[in-house]
Design a protein around this ligand. Structure first.
Ligand SMILES: Nc1ncnc2c1ncn2[C@@H]1O[C@H](COP(=O)(O)OP(=O)(O)OP(=O)(O)O)[C@@H](O)[C@H]1O
Ligand SMILES: [Mg+2]
Length: 338
């Protein structure tokens, strides 16, 4: 059946007075300020609403400081919202914390594992906390250690683990009590490419059991490959929402067709610019040009014909599909990587 999530008009304002009033510290010639300290307010979430459907893999994509972890924190009872409400299934998370918490597993952005325990203890203690019998928790721990390739480290203390191993163990722990909803805050941070693919497979497999998965990422390829739907967040606001394909298709001129000819000149670029669907032609060098267009494959025929009619030969074609990077740029004027 699965559990859906609803987020209604969420606001979070952090009161973060600097640790020392300006001018008060050490080697400064600024006069010491008298009177009440000025309060700084930081708006981390500025009216965020969206829904996550039961049984989907949902991604929250955005740059550093966008408000992803704050959103996850509020959904998982770790961060109190300034205003707004969040529901996990039928439960209002902040009114019915116990019920909501029973449904969720959480992988925080920074692993918070007890260094003095072994990997197996981390898992079995977590199972015990959720009331699993010793037989069940040993079985679950065995299976998860195997899945996350930690079996040979099962009896080693966490303090001897690499960053990637801790991350894997942290995810395994969140899955230990078989939660209906799994929250993963930057799950693939610090994982090598192979382990990242392993994690994607584990997430998909868990999702196939009907579980709802919510993850944050600032990797566009991860959002694209793994998530069924996405919300893109920037400066505490949702700027776009939808399937990766739908979001990408919504940007005009999102396709880039990279072409190689025997030669490129002004006549060729003007022929290419005149083709319907082409928004821009950029010359790369004496034989290369990029065509920006609202379509991909369908334009190859018209491009080749126009070039040949004008006496040019096409040597190579490469189509790059619209990307989430382009989408972010389109909405904010900035790159997601900035
Ligand atoms: N406990 C806190 N006290 C004060 N400000 C905070 C606190 N937690 C987060 N913030 C601020 O809220 C904003 C959103 O932070 P948040 O951690 O939600 O971003 P994020 O999208 O998860 O970023 P990242 O990709 O770096 O993890 C940032 O400006 C951050 O500095
Ligand atoms: Mg974060």
């Amino acid at each position: 059946m699965g559990i859906g999530i609803r987020i209604e008009n969420l606001r979070k304002v952090f009161d973060t007075p600097p640790p020392m009033a300006a001018g008060g510290a050490g080697f400064s010639f600024a006069p010491v300020r008298k009177g009440p300290k000025k309060k700084t307010e930081l708006v981390a979430l500025d009216g965020v609403s969206f829904e996550i459907r039961a049984g989907e893999i949902f991604g929250l994509l955005g740059p550093n400081g966008a408000g992803k972890s704050t959103t996850i924190g509020i959904l998982t009872t770790r961060t109190r919202p300034t205003s707004g409400r969040v529901f996990i299934g039928e439960f209002d998370v902040w009114q019915q914390q116990v019920e909501a918490k029973r449904l969720i597993g959480v992988v925080p952005q920074r692993p918070n594992l007890d260094f003095a325990l072994t990997a197996r203890e981390i898992l079995t203690f977590h199972g015990a906390y959720f009331g699993q019998s010793s037989k069940v928790r040993e079985q679950h721990a065995d299976r998860l250690l195997e899945q996350f390739k930690l079996t040979d480290r099962a009896t080693h203390m966490v303090r001897t683990f690499s960053g990637g191993m801790m991350q894997r163990l942290s995810i395994a722990r969140a899955m230990m009590h078989d939660p209906e909803v799994l929250f993963l805050d930057e799950p693939s941070a610090g994982l090598d490419p192979q382990t990242r693919l392993l994690l994607w497979e584990i997430i998909r497999e868990y999702n196939r059991q009907g579980k709802t998965i919510v993850l944050t990422t600032h990797y566009m390829d991860e959002a694209d490959a793994l998530c069924e739907r996405l919300a893109i967040i920037d400066h505490g606001k949702i700027i776009a929402e939808g399937t990766p394909q739908g979001l990408k298709a919504a940007i005009p001129g999102g396709y880039i067709i990279r072409l190689r000819f025997n030669r490129v000149d002004a006549e060729l670029t003007s022929e290419l610019s005149a083709i319907g669907g082409v928004t821009q032609v950029r010359v790369l060098d004496e034989t290369g040009a990029d065509v920006y267009a609202d379509r991909g494959g369908q334009l190859i025929g018209p491009i080749v014909n126009a070039a040949q009619d004008a006496g040019f030969e096409v040597h190579d074609v490469h189509i790059s599909e619209p990307s989430l990077e382009n989408l972010f740029l389109h909405h904010t004027g900035r790159s997601l990587r900035d």
